[in-house]
Design a protein around this ligand. Structure first.
Ligand code: NDP
Length: 269
């Protein structure tokens, strides 16, 4: 198991949810934190609270769709700490609705730019430093939607499948350079994420029946476990592995289940 003491950890999307909770758990391990997101007020409050507990952290505002912001964040982190040991690529947004209702600007273009292109651009900005160090760990936040693609989240799933492909390819590329790359694939969890995904009737009715969600703290703690014991991927909860294996082995059956679901939910609109 790796000790995380004094490791420099850069977290994107640290102003709420998994990113914020992971910041606390990394701080408790003695890590030095670089926290980024757009809501600088929330980041600064988090930094103050971590410092009050004896931790070390700085906040850097960054819109992940802005190349200059990304470059500035990576350079500031290196200027301050001299290295980046762990990158937790976590920022993301979602949209839950029939694809014909997705807006081209926000639900397709922006969503892909934040969830996939942003994640790749941040990695590209940080990677040269890790290569120079000859070490580093990149932890990419995908989703179970990056393993199986159900109805209502076509754009989101596309972005998270992309994040998985990027994660797997990069892992195979940089392993000889001493850099580890992990993918995180959580199921639904209780964060602010759900507040920004729209309010389609179909999703609302599904949520009424199946509202099982993990806590944000639980997911964040597992991310820190991956930093301590690096591995290729983490699917949480574990039984989603069975669901995704079933989808791979019996795609026609999953298509049929999704057909029944979509047919019944289309009637609600
Ligand atoms: P939150 O909404 O709580 O957090 C999302 C974070 O992303 C915020 O810190 C937000 O910061 C940041 N973010 C969004 N847009 C941008 C942007 N343009 N530039 C920079 N930062 C941005 O949701 P979660 O904690 O749940 O989500 C974190 C990750 O986990 C996402 O990638 C999500 O897809 C993934 N995930 C979530 C699941 C869930 O059920 N909650 C399940 C599986 C995966 P700010 O607004 O301040 O910029």
């Amino acid at each position: 198991m790796n000790s995380l003491k004094n490791k420099v950890v850069l977290i994107t999307g640290a102003s709420s949810g998994f990113g914020e909770d992971a910041a606390w758990f990394f701080a408790a391990e003695g890590c030095r934190l670089v926290l980024s997101a757009r809501r600088i007020d929330r980041l600064q409050t988090l930094v103050s609270r971590i410092q009050d507990e004896g931790g070390e952290a700085i906040a850097i505002p960054m819109d992940i769709t802005n190349a200059d912001d990304i470059e500035n964040m990576a350079q500031s982190a290196v200027a301050l700490y001299g290295r980046i040991d762990i990158l937790f690529n976590n920022a993301g947004i979602g949209r839950v609705d029939w694809f014909e209702n997705h807006t081209p600007e926000r639900d397709i273009d922006l969503l892909i730019r934040v969830n996939l292109i942003g994640l790749m651009q941040v990695t590209r900005a940080v990677l040269p430093q890790m290569i120079e160090q000859g070490s580093g760990h990149i932890i990419n936040m995908s989703s179970v939607a990056g393993l199986i693609a159900p109805p209502l989240i076509a754009s989101y799933s596309a972005s998270k499948f992309g994040a998985r492909a990027f994660t797997d390819s990069l892992r195979r590329e940089v392993a000889p350079l001493g850099i580890k790359v992990s993918g995180i694939y959580p199921g639904p969890a209780a964060t602010e994420f759900g507040q920004h995904v729209g309010n389609s009737k179909a999703y609302g009715s599904f949520r009424k029946k199946f509202n099982i969600r993990m806590s944000s703290e639980y997911v964040a703690k597992r991310v820190v476990d991956v930093a301590k014991r690096p591995r290729r991927s983490l699917v949480i909860p574990w039984w989603f592995r069975i669901v995704t294996a079933f989808d791979m082995l019996f795609p026609a059956v999953v298509d049929w289940i999704a057909y029944i679901f979509s047919k019944s939910k289309h009637k609600l609109e």
